[in-house]
Design a protein around this ligand. Sequence first.
Ligand code: FAD
Length: 475
Amino acid sequence: GAADIECDMLVLGAGPGGYSGAFRAADLGLRTVIVERYATLGGVCLNVGCIPSKALLHVAEVMDEAGHLGSTGVSFARPVVDVDALRKHKDSVIGKLTGGLAGMAKARKVDTVRGYGHFLDPNHVEVELTTGDGQEKTGEKKVIRFRQCIIAAGSSAVHLPFIPEDPRIVDSTGALELRFVPKKMLVIGGGIIGLEMATVYSSLGARIDVVEMLDGLMQGPDRDAAKVWEKQNAQRFDAVMLKTRTVAVEAREDGLYVSFEGDNAPQGPQRYDMILQSAGRAPNGNRISADKAGVIVGERGFIPVDAQMRTNVPHIFAIGDIVGQPMLAHKAVHEAHVAAEVAAGEKSSFDAAVIPGVAYTHPEVAWVGYTEAQAKAEGRKVETARFPWAASGRAIANGADYGFTKLIFDADTHRVIGGTIVGPSAGDMIGEVCLAIEMGADAVDIGKTIHPHPTLGETIGMAAEVAHGSCTDLP
Ligand code: FAD
């Protein structure tokens, strides 16, 4: 049948991957349409992910810092939290950004079709139009014919099958709605998302238990970094139940009763006022009828792609959370640019040496490239240089002398291949290590670069000097 809309490029999903791909495609001259079920552009990251979580983490950090100033001779009264006003503040941060994106789309003449899209065949998507704040269907449909397509449909929070529907049980999206601050909260899953939300809620006054199946919280960075974070956060948690599983949840009027099994499981059900499910995210690959377009979807819902971000169907690309780990916004954006450029006929490919990871907790933990654990597992010969912040004037002045900066170098070339930073602003600093790795810098390059004093960032130069001293075959 005839299509309602024709375009060169259809982008399915308007998260950081989708809007970045659409904007680049439009800039390169392709007539581009975005299909998005929600009312605003920005996807998980802007609406219910990176940005709202950081808006709340910032407020929590200021509160925590103020509370710790006592030993400097300055003390504050206990903060008064107006949850409704805080929620409005967070929503206004989101509004500024999503409004900006809408303007950028308009300026590029990128049209948005608001609705739930699924493939009909390799050149058509049908959109069930949606309305309101959520994804309420209007009953109307539109068919879009496209020459090329970028699938950017992202991921969703995993919900454990035995957990009942209850307004007191939320995923990260529900937690960011900030409906109320519970007295006692359970966080299921000690990954970054769970720990960031635990940081926010505990700073706002909740008592928190965390349950994690693995033997440590915050998998990803080296254990020495996670340990520093743990020590700084010892007061934040009532119980950290490692190697323990949640096996049953009973919702009663007076509370949520949770049973656990495993090494650190408490006897009998425990009572909570709120439960956050943060046990991982699953790609949306099985929710878009990809098979009708002939696009192969892997077993767990990820869509396999090549270095040009093409699926097995050459004119259909896929990017972002839906193509695999790490599920991070900055990865999605870079993949999106590659897909759009290839679609426009440019010779691009995704060739990142490293993708950084950051836990925006208090303190922050940031890492990129090789960790010591990974080097050891692969039997790669490395040199590790660790600069403790107890030797940094700025860190001491800032009350952050517990942090450290660690660089990992290839033992033969002395080129930096990894870095881990723990302490305030670690996430802002790790970018320098990313650049150094991408440019093939060695210990001398970094150590001889003059960093401003006194800054936390100069600990990167100092760590390199530590390594430089240990490189016997260098001048
Ligand atoms: P998404 O952002 O998931 O966007 C996909 C879009 O597609 C959505 O808007 C969805 O509505 C739409 N969609 C899906 N299916 C359809 C369909 N059939 N029809 C129409 N529309 C559809 N990453 C970071 O890098 N830094 C962080 O600090 C960070 N913090 C996070 C905090 C939280 C609480 C969460 C949940 C995630 C966080 N992430 C963070 C991860 C980050 O949000 C994702 O990696 C990123 O949003 C992925 O972008 P994407 O474009 O692939 O998909």
